[in-house]
Unconditional design. Sequence first.
Length: 253
Amino acid sequence: MNITGNTVFIPGATSGIGLALALALRERGNTVIVGGRRTELLEKIAAEHPGVETVRIDTTDADSVQTAAKDVLSRFPSLNVLVTMAGVMRVEDWHSPAFLESAENTITTNVLGPIRLIAAFVEHFQTRPDATIMTVSSGLAFAPLKVTPSYNASKAAMHMLSETLRLQLADTSVRVVELEPPSVQTDLLPGQADNEHAMPLDEFITEVMSLIETQPDAHEIQVERVKFLRYGEARGEYDQVVAALNGADPHGK
């Protein structure tokens, strides 16, 4: 993915990583369209950041995705980058069936949402000389956090989907890039924005932008902090990584 000169649509960019990435891309000379469910947040972003475009979209609603896609393509026919940022993360307890509603919503948002977005834009992207679909997985796609089972599963699904789409679209002008964040100081979970063990948001975005610039052909965007999780199994340290992630003794003591 080139660092500049793109027209980029980022659904799920009204806060956190999505908004910070949108602003960083805008600063590097890209046309950026931010998507989100809440019109008041979109209006605030447009007012505070002149030049950032907005569109209302709810990726859990198939009709909303189709409506937003038509709007974006009619206004920005040069669109060549999609970042499937929209996602949710919830603590769940699977000892009883009370988890089901949360799990269904997580899978709908984190897996079905990106699939709907890709379906809405993939034909258009194949008409562009250089296009990128950036999916968003997580370090938790490779090592599970005990309290977020559906989130872990959804991000593992996004990793394998990204791997497969890259193979299928290899005969087109469309690149598939997977962004793999570690824990970042955002409001994804209550208290995470103040978690001293999470990566500061500005540091994360700075490193991501540097990686995009210096590794334009990379398949996976991995900041250094996520590699502990990403490659634990390859290092033969999977059990130790899972134990450390969940605050347990790796020897079961």
